[in-house]
Each structure stands twice: as structure tokens, then as C-alpha cells.
Design a protein around this ligand. Structure first.
Ligand SMILES: [Cu+2]
Length: 282
């Protein structure tokens, strides 16, 4: 059943979880501290792996069911400023606030629901960007069944907001297809692995180098971001205790630039569908 309050609570909890579970209070941006690659590698190397258990990604349904039929529903997706670290540098809405706009990655939908970078808005739509046109986006879900994800898309701040964890998963299901292939189902055996790479300061806050790769061209431009620590569902190198049976992992690469070469340490093989989901970038 669809419940707006529940979704709001869940999304708030989710966003909060993403911030807390990564153990960071802020993304360091405005002051460009000199941090060497060696220093960030040492921080990454000092972290103990497999301390935290892999968390589940909270789920909300974008549909309602009744009499064995599915009908479209509404999702409330967005940022809740009260849960957000306001120390993160933001665009310049005249009255303050954090600009954001949701982009459903790989979704098939009309342009005005695509999350144009200048279609940002602040809390309660009190301020909006130059191409903002509507509060509600419509996703027709004509995409084949699979794993999509959504993320912030605000101009200039996408990289920062994503680094801070403003991402979520979006699943289009085809129960007939799942049954046909006898795919593992249920939250325990049909799980998301949302991959990302980040770099940290010693105190656990996220580090983003803000010096340009080629300063003579631009002091801050960087075509790609690579972190030293691999994050799964908001946790650094988590573990998951599994049963001796088949699992379905819905793997999404939310990194800016890093590709992943995945394998099982015991050498077991696995079937990979839709390898495109492993390609990075926003
Ligand atoms: Cu994207």
C-alpha cells in the first residue's frame, strides 16, 4: 500500500542512513586542503575491512496492488533539508536551501520529467531553477524489467551530492519473468549492492580534491573522481553472511568513473545479466 508519510519517513531515514552509515558529516569542498594521493591511500589502508554488515537498501513501492492487478502510484523522492548537512556548499538560491533535482538514470520518460540540471528546486519548491516546470515527474515505466537508479542532478553539485550519498535504487519488476527464470526472490535473497568509491580524511569525512588536473587550463576542473575506499550500500567494505544457496544481486555502479571487476574470492562462477549497469558515471 502506498503511504506518503511512510515514504517520507523511509526516504528521510534512507538519506540519513546514507550520511550516517558512511560515517561522515560533510563533504569537504570549499577550502582546498593539500592532500596527497599517498595520504589518502594510507587512510584507506588503515581501515579494517568487513567490520560492518551489509545494510539493506530501504524500499518503497511505486505502485499499488489490488485484485491481483498493479496500478501506478506516486513516490515522494527528494531531499529533506532537516536531514542534510548545511555546511555543504550549495548553489545560490536567493533564500538559501539546498538545490536538488532527481534524475532517473537510464529511465525512459519525457524531457520535463528527466531532471534537467537547471530544473533544481529547494525545499517545498520555495525556489526553483531556470528550467524547472513541475513538481511531479511521471515515469511511465516502459523500460524492460531491471535495475535503475536515481540521483541528484543539480547543476554544478551533482558530483558533491552523489559523493555525499544522494542516490537511490529504482526497480522495475516483471513477476512473470522472475518466475520464468526461477530467480531468487524476497528481500533476503534478492538484494541490491550499490557500489561507490570514496576517499576519506582521517576523521572519516569525505575528501574531494578540488585542484584541477591541469591547473593551467582550470584550477578546479577534474574530469573524473576516483576514491580509495569501496562503499557498498553506504558502508565501507561491508560483509554479508550468506546461506548455501542462490542469491540474486542487483549490482549498480554509482561511481563517478571507476569500473569494477567483480569476482568471488573462492573462484565460483556467477551469471551476470545486463553488464551495462556496471559502467559508471552520471
Ligand atoms: Cu545518471
Amino acid at each position: 500500500m502506498w503511504a506518503n508519510d511512510m515514504i517520507k519517513k523511509t526516504m528521510s531515514a534512507f538519506l540519513l542512513l546514507m550520511v550516517i552509515s558512511s560515517g561522515h558529516k560533510s563533504v569537504a569542498m570549499p577550502t582546498c586542503l593539500p592532500v596527497t594521493g599517498l595520504a589518502t591511500q594510507q587512510v584507506a589502508g588503515s581501515l579494517t575491512m568487513y567490520v560492518d554488515e551489509l545494510p539493506q537498501i530501504p524500499k518503497v513501492n511505486g505502485y499499488t496492488t489490488g485484485n491481483r492487478t498493479f496500478s501506478s502510484g506516486r513516490l515522494t523522492i527528494g531531499m529533506y533539508q532537516t536531514k542534510w548537512d548545511t555546511s555543504i556548499p550549495i548553489a545560490t538560491p536567493k533564500n538559501g536551501g539546498v538545490p536538488t533535482v532527481v534524475h532517473l538514470h537510464v529511465g525512459i520518460h519525457a524531457p520535463h520529467s528527466d531532471g534537467h540540471p537547471a530544473a533544481w528546486f529547494t525545499a517545498n519548491f520555495s525556489e526553483t531553477g531556470s528550467t524547472w516546470s513541475q513538481q511531479t515527474y511521471t515515469y511511465p515505466n516502459v523500460h524492460h524489467a531491471g535495475n535503475l537508479w536515481y540521483h541528484d542532478h543539480a547543476l554544478r553539485y551533482t558530483r558533491i551530492n552523489l559523493l555525499a550519498g544522494l542516490t537511490g535504487v529504482y526497480v522495475i519488476r516483471d513477476p512473470g519473468m522472475d518466475a520464468l527464470f526461477k530467480l531468487p526472490s524476497g528481500p533476503e535473497f534478492d538484494r541490491h549492492l550499490v557500489l561507490a568509491d570514496k576517499t576519506f580524511y582521517n576523521d572519516g569525512s569525505i575528501y574531494m580534491n578540488c585542484t584541477g588536473n591541469v591547473p593551467s587550463i582550470h584550477q578546479q576542473w577534474q574530469p573524473e573522481y576516483f576514491g580509495d575506499v569501496i562503499i557498498v550500500n553506504g558502508k565501507a567494505w561491508p560483509y554479508l553472511q550468506v546461506l548455501r544457496r542462490k542469491y540474486r544481486f542487483r549490482i549498480i555502479n554509482t561511481s563517478n568513473a571507476r569500473y569494477f571487476r567483480l569476482s568471488l574470492t573462492n573462484g565460483l562462477s556467477f551469471t551476470l545479466h545486463h553488464p551495462l549497469v556496471l559502467s559508471p558515471s552520471y
